[in-house]
Design a protein around this ligand. Structure first.
Ligand SMILES: NC(=O)c1ccc[n+]([C@@H]2O[C@H](COP(=O)([O-])OP(=O)(O)OC[C@H]3O[C@@H](n4cnc5c(N)ncnc54)[C@H](OP(=O)(O)O)[C@@H]3O)[C@@H](O)[C@H]2O)c1
Length: 216
């Protein structure tokens, strides 16, 4: 069975995704800078989750999901880099730069996803996803009105993450090449703005129209 490591899985997005995946039967490890914090979070979340340091989790896993703030992205990727060659790494980073989180501020590389690919190099299959879904909604068992746009240059890897989104109860959709991740990353600042302006509790995005599965 595929082992999933959620790097920074003690946090809001990571813990919520890890819980949903573990609950659906996936084998999931929570990673943290502090192994003790990871074990504690895993025990609290239940569903057979285990916890260890980010590096150990990345080493044991086949698939790595990075859920840390933009400011921590580079250091975190450096930490796990020796253990992710030949694996799929899913980056969820939104380049929010407080305090102006309602304004789009993409990094010089064009997106957090491209920055991640540059950091880890070409031996890693980089995918990015889950930028627009509110962690506090994922932390419940409720249905969530938000599609997950999945970006990456490897279509087969995107398909794997689309099915992983499905295991978390979300509809994943191909969003195209990794460079397109900029659009979903930018959209999050607009969703935060909409939340504030219209008093919405976690606005999401949904693609309209009848979609025909390209794999069918
Ligand atoms: N929250 C959401 O609703 C949401 C939705 C979509 C996308 N995202 C994106 O997902 C990522 C994670 O968001 P989040 O809200 O889950 O973040 P978070 O809860 O603030 O942090 C996640 C984890 O990152 C680690 N971390 C925090 N600061 C760090 C630092 N300075 N250096 C290294 N590690 C650090 C911590 O783990 P340890 O202390 O255990 O190491 C923390 O538990 C962000 O890039 C965010 O933009 C979030």
């Amino acid at each position: 069975m595929t082992i999933i490591a959620v790097i920074g899985g003690t946090g809001k997005l990571g813990s919520a995704l890890a819980r949903r995946w573990a609950k659906s039967g996936c084998r999931v490890i929570i990673g943290s800078r502090a192994a003790e914090a990871a074990s504690k979070a895993a025990a609290e979340l239940g569903h057979g989750l285990s916890g260890m340091s980010n590096a150990e989790a990345a080493k044991l896993a086949d698939l790595i999901v990075v859920t840390v703030p933009f400011a921590a992205q580079e250091a975190t990727l450096l930490d796990i880099a020796p253990h992710v060659k030949g694996k799929i790494v899913v980056d969820t980073t939104v380049p929010l730069m407080p305090p102006k989180v309602m304004q789009v501020q993409l990094p010089a590389e064009g997106s957090a996803a491209i920055r991640a690919q540059n950091s880890l190099g070409p031996d890693v299959t980089m995918v990015s996803a889950f930028h627009n879904v509110a962690a506090h909604k994922l932390a419940t068992d409720d249905d969530i009105a938000c599609d997950v746009l999945v970006f990456g240059n490897d279509k087969a890897a995107r398909s794997i993450i689309i099915s992983l989104a499905g295991k978390a109860g979300l509809r994943g959709l191909h969003g195209g090449a990794l460079v397109n991740s900029a659009a979903a990353e930018a959209l999050t600042s607009i969703l935060i703005f909409i939340n504030k302006t219209y008093s919405v509790d976690g606005a999401g995005i949904q693609i309209t129209g009848t979609l025909i599965n390209p794999e069918a």
